[in-house]
Design a protein around this ligand. Structure first.
Ligand SMILES: NC(=O)c1ccc[n+]([C@@H]2O[C@H](COP(=O)([O-])OP(=O)(O)OC[C@H]3O[C@@H](n4cnc5c(N)ncnc54)[C@H](OP(=O)(O)O)[C@@H]3O)[C@@H](O)[C@H]2O)c1
Length: 336
């Protein structure tokens, strides 16, 4: 399986595994043994890149808390030297509510978070440490200095920024080189393509979160799909509303047609489209099902030519589309 390089030299599998949904935002947390089996199964398939965050917490069916970092760290312990574990600091969320995240990247808070993540993951070094959201009260230079110090102390290997913008990236990168951004990116949310030239210039990778528009682009959901209220964010996502589903039928049909031509699935096409755009884009789809984890991984084997990608882009510009969680395809989101 294809490897990709983020930044100067961080090698990861072309498709990474987003682990958030095992604990957070997609309903009741996946039972621990099952989640462990799925994560270890992903390693056997060839995934070497795993994504978690300090704030990914939720509840198991019996009401006890599920901590995503603990889960991911324990599941990956036998493979520690062969995998890249990314986690994030700088955001507080409430477990049982869909609320906007609260940003806090004061240096003291980052240091506390780093110590906590190292402990919960059970590792002595975090491979890739992202600032989860920009904190308007803390300048990028100040965050970057903490990152440089944590690197010197051997506590983190690389750092990145989630939901970064150009100005922030440039200012942070001068102080301590940024290896990757992690921004929302899918066929339905393309506004961060405006960052491509900056990423190319600074040699920064793009880790794409919610790459299938929260699963919607798989085409496996319809008017009869139901989601747990409150704990499953899809219950309030515009692409999953009755009107959203109706409005997106043409998009799903288009994906289905290309999938048929390429002997692939719509989910795979939605990932292959971004993989074939730039060699430094790495999607991190999440799933709680082994067959889908494999389906998504194998998107890395599908080749779309430049002409095919351009053609798809053209269609995406003109096809009717609903709003999508986190922002519409053309506008910069106010952010969730
Ligand atoms: N930096 C940030 O602020 C941020 C924000 C959101 C997410 N993330 C990261 O990005 C990762 C991925 O994002 P995401 O989970 O929001 O979105 P996503 O990967 O686009 O979609 C995940 C959803 O799609 C479904 N799914 C996955 N593969 C499928 C397939 N082949 N066919 C049908 N359905 C499929 C999953 O359901 P099943 O489990 O039922 O398969 C899950 O509900 C997260 O795990 C997290 O690590 C980061």
């Amino acid at each position: 399986m294809d490897k990709r390089i983020l930044g100067k030299d961080l090698a990861v599998s072309a498709v990474g595994l987003g682990c958030m949904g095992f604990s957070h935002a997609y309903g009741t947390a996946t039972e621990k043994n099952e989640a462990t089996r799925l994560i270890r199964g992903a390693v056997e398939m060839g995934y070497t890149f795993f994504d978690t965050a300090e704030c990914y917490v939720g509840r198991f069916a019996d009401g006890t808390p599920s901590n995503n970092e603990e889960l991911v760290g324990e599941a990956l312990r036998p493979f520690r030297d062969h995998v890249v574990i990314a986690t994030k600091f700088g955001v507080r969320l409430e477990t049982d509510k869909i609320v906007p995240p609260v940003s806090d990247s004061r240096p003291r808070v980052i240091r506390e978070s780093a110590e906590g993540s190292l402990k919960r993951l059970g590792v002595d070094r975090i491979d890739l440490y992202y600032q989860h959201r920009i904190d308007p009260n803390v300048p990028p230079e100040e965050v970057a200095v903490v990152m440089a110090d944590l690197m010197k102390e051997g506590k983190i290997r690389y750092w990145g920024v989630s939901e970064a913008d150009e100005t922030y990236l440039r200012r942070a990168h001068v102080v301590c080189p940024v290896t990757a951004i992690q921004n929302r990116y899918s066929m339905m949310a393309r506004y961060h393509e405006s960052l491509f030239s900056v990423l190319e210039e600074l040699n920064i990778g793009f880790v794409a979160y919610s790459p299938m528009a929260n699963g919607f682009l798989s085409g496996k959901y319809g008017q009869d799909s139901t989601f747990e209220p409150i704990t499953d964010y899809r219950s309030v996502m515009p692409q999953y509303s009755s009107e959203g589903i109706e409005r997106n039928q043409k998009l799903l049909e288009m994906l289905q047609n290309i999938a048929q031509k390429k002997d692939a699935t719509p989910a795979q096409i939605s990932l292959a489209w971004m993989l074939c755009k730039k060699p430094w884009i790495v999607p991190i789809p999440g799933s709680s099902k082994a067959d889908r984890i494999e389906e998504n991984f194998r998107a890395g084997e599908i080749i779309l030519t430049k002409d095919e990608v351009d053609e798809l882009d053209k269609e995406l510009e003109s096809i009717p589309m609903s709003e999508v969680f986190g922002g519409t395809k053309r506008e910069k989101p106010s952010e969730n």
